[in-house]
Design a protein around this ligand. Structure first.
Ligand code: EPU
Length: 436
């Protein structure tokens, strides 16, 4: 599997641009549902199995973290067997947490089940501050005492235990996905009813809630902006199959679109990608939608630029903003991309400019003037979605584009080079001779 065994590996992708992608490809399981569902194993006694787990670097990091917390996991083909072995450890070490911000979602389960937790603060990331104040506020509202000590959050539950409460989790940028999930997981073991207001409505929140309900939790309203949890019901582990990764699906569809190709993604959930579908139709692509597949047909190949604004679900996902920008460079006319969730999430802009994109950033907006004739150059991947954006640009740039530091990509895409090659792209992974 690409990238997991050797997280420090400095591979690069060499992409020869100019080939239309054509064919069908299978979606992998959802990264952003798998991580909190794995964290939820801290709430459960007994072994269980998670199916359709994507083999990703972030999943391997969550395995390391769970192992440090006394929960062992093992691969069985595409499933993972999870076996709690000790309920003693309560400390999530910085060395693991700093590798992945989603580590914060062990805080709620640890507190609720083990009564205390010490979790390092994840720190910032390349696209901004990414605070966890709402996670903390939500858990404090349930009765936890949380202090900061030496870069760690140190949390304890009072002798009377956590108790249900009404709490609003709205941030200045809308709702919080992992914050909602963290509080929801803890509330399952609190006494009485918890109501989470301004809850995130993303499909990953719904999936974690569905998993917990299958385990015996009483949760209503996931997918709406108010979630009710009746705490204190016994939880027992059940096997669970993850749904498809909507960001991988979206990225593959955009790869089809940008190359003027025709790509069908199988095993996905079209209903989770309505906003992307609307935007693809608005620029002039054709779409076919099945119950569990989506196909983009862009062989006509001329698109009109349309403005895009990211937003919380069901808005256009921030996790597809960078990939959309690559596509927008190929549209006729000028479009504006506004980033409403992470105003600094534009690390891909200077790298796209190196390939010849005409972009003008002002604050949380970028104006894209298309169509631009992209020309190959070495570019540096800086984060997961920025890497995907550069790969898409490399698929249409003239010449051979080298995307360096694809270990970022390996955090969230299962063997992307193999999936793209199967669709007809010319892309190879190799060790980066220039890497330090
Ligand atoms: N925010 C706060 N305080 C908090 C939490 C969030 O102000 O305590 C702010 C954030 O700074 C941001 C906004 O609220 O401006 C939304 O952040 P959110 O908490 O929803 O992000 P997250 O839950 O940490 C998940 C995904 C991200 C995705 C965001 C937004 C996982 C593991 N991560 O992060 O995915 O961008 O939701 O949809 O589920 C990715 O996969 O590339 C990725 C970054």
């Amino acid at each position: 599997m690409a990238g997991c065994e050797n997280p420090g590996s400095m591979d690069c992708f060499l992409l020869q641009g100019g080939r239309r992608l054509q064919g069908q490809v299978m979606a992998s399981g959802s990264k952003n549902a798998s991580l909190p569902i794995l964290a939820a194993s801290l709430l459960l006694d007994g072994a269980w199995q998670l199916q359709k787990v994507p083999r990703l670097r972030d999943v391997a990091t969550m395995q390391d973290l769970l192992s440090a917390l006394g929960v062992q996991s093992q691969w069985r083909a595409e499933a993972m067997e999870i076996q709690p072995q000790s309920s003693e450890p309560t400390e999530a070490p910085y060395d693991i947490v700093r590798r992945m911000r989603a580590s914060i979602c062990v805080l709620g389960p640890l507190l609720a089940k083990r009564g205390s937790a010490r979790v390092s603060l994840p720190g910032g990331c390349v696209f901004g501050a990414r605070p966890v104040d709402l996670h903390v506020r939500g858990l404090q509202a349930l009765g936890a005492k949380i202090e900061q000590e030496g870069g760690d959050l140190v949390a304890t539950v009072p002798p009377s235990g956590l108790r249900g409460v009404a709490i609003d989790l709205r941030s200045a940028y809308g709702s919080t996905v992992l914050g909602t999930i963290n509080v929801m997981m803890a509330a399952c073991l609190a006494r009485g009813e918890t109501v989470i207001g301004s809850a995130a409505r993303e499909p990953e929140v719904v999936e974690v809630a569905s998993f917990l309900r299958a385990c015996g939790a009483k949760i209503e309203g996931a997918g709406e902006d108010r979630i009710h949890i009746e705490g204190g019901h016994a939880l027992r582990p059940v096997s669970w199959a993850l749904s498809a990764d909507r960001m991988e699906t979206g990225t593959l569809l955009l790869a089809g679109a940008i190359t003027r190709g025709q790509v069908r993604v199988l095993g996905c959930r079209p209903q989770d990608l309505q906003s992307l579908q609307s935007m693809l139709l608005a620029v002039g692509c054709r779409l076919q939608v099945g119950t569990d597949w989506l196909e983009v047909d862009a062989r006509d190949g001329s698109w009109s630029a349309v403005d895009v604004e990211t937003g919380v679900y069901p808005g256009f996902p921030t996790d597809l903003q960078a990939q959309w920008m690559a596509f927008a460079t190929q549209m006729e006319g000028r479009s504006r991309i506004v980033e409403k969730i992470y105003p600094e999430r534009f690390m891909h802009v200077p790298e796209l400019q190196r390939l010849g994109a005409r972009l003008n950033r002002q604050g949380n907006q970028v104006q894209v003037q298309g169509p631009a004739r992209l020309t190959a150059a070495p570019v540096l991947a800086s984060d997961l979605r920025a890497s995907a954006c550069l790969v898409l640009a490399g698929l249409v740039a003239r010449g051979t584009t080298c995307v360096r530091r694809v270990y970022h990509l390996d955090r969230g895409y299962v063997a992307l080079e193999e999936k793209l090659s199967a669709l007809g792209a010319k892309v190879v992974r190799q060790r980066d001779a220039q890497a330090p």
